[in-house]
Ligand binder design. Sequence first.
Ligand SMILES: Cc1ncc(COP(=O)(O)O)c(C=O)c1O
Length: 446
Amino acid sequence: MQLHNSGVTEGLQRYWLPFTANRYFKQNPKLLASAKGAYFTMTDGRKLFDCLSGLWCCPLGHGHPHIAEALKRQAESLDYSTAFQISNPVTLSFAARVSAMAPAGLGQVFFTNSGSESVDTAIKIAVGYHRVRGEGQRFRIIGRERGYHGVGIGGISVGGMVANRKMFAPLMMPGVDHLPHTYSHADMAFSRGQPTWGAHLADDLERLVALHDAATIAAVIVEPMAGSTGVVVPPVGYLEKLRQICTKHGILLIFDEVICGFGRLGENFGAQRLNVTPDLLTFAKGVTNGTIPMGGVLATNEIYDAFMSGQDEAVEFFHGYTYSGHPMACAAGHATLDIMEKDGLIARARALEPVLENGIHQLKGTPGVRDIRNFGLAAAVELEPFEGRPGLRGLRVFERALDKGLLLRFSGDTIAMGPPFISTEAEIKNMCATLGDVIAAVTSPD
Ligand SMILES: Cc1ncc(COP(=O)(O)O)c(C=O)c1O
């Protein structure tokens, strides 16, 4: 421990933080020291309620002894297993368990190590699927404005977060187009749950089909609920329409459930909550409660079977990672699902949804609040930016909240919340009320 601490000052100069204003951080460092249950503790002793379950990835809270024990046992028995041409029981049993939770028909699992890898894998499966069926001209992938699909070249190409794309424009995948996003302040501000306006926006897919010809389109990828852009909730009927148009034209529908999967929307997967089944589904984050990096893609049996042609000894899909189905990750995944099942935590997330909804919508009318959105155990409060300083109001709210016992996630001027499923009603109400006080107190840029 001593050794670790002595390197911190030097490390602050050496470490290039992801998705962070590095110069600002290094002038104002904020360090977490430990975590237990729904709380982090900072190195200066401040205790913080974990309002976003880490980065949406720790729904069971932190430091769960069952996960710790499972990891210790796995490290001592099989710490690594070669991933290609050989496997092991913990990986296989975890694949069986994940596919058993999946929406009907999504019977095949491919493991990755992150959401970004899952997205790039799903894109490759989609393009490969059409090719093995003799439709190699289907190469286009349709994403959506404001979508976040991680930071791989595939993910930023189909994604729609402008800041994540513009620096890398020359690297973008060819053939990508985008649906319009589904947010309209004028038509849906302060909606509770799914907005009733906006199903017609899915019709834009017909326009793209007419423009490009369905025979060139491999897949459409969307987040069922768009998380990273600030909890943009699908309008009633929108995903159903997308599904119907995809089916009509032989286009695969990919749901990126890196945030929605494993209970965030009150069912195993968002697809089940929203009653729309995709052909491919990506997951990551909550699958191991954030303890060990892991992700994956669920595919229909039909897609898998299409790849299974040629000689039995021939590799069917030239894709995979050294750490695909890592035994430590699978052990963490098993332990995570044990706890979710034993403690009924997905049902608990569903039961907490109205508590979060009622608590967060109390902030309507607070000066500076432009919109409030919620669905599942997720919510966002969008703030009016300070004149000429976009993002500064979000930063000021984030920093002030640290003094009031909340670790918030801000992206620009939007504050997102996705509390742990183990939260109590009182903790969620307190989170909302405290956020309201903080927003009310942050009235100027200084
Ligand atoms: C929908 C979605 N897809 C992909 C990703 C990327 O995941 P990762 O950061 O694990 O690569 C994220 C991360 O927030 C996400 O929300």
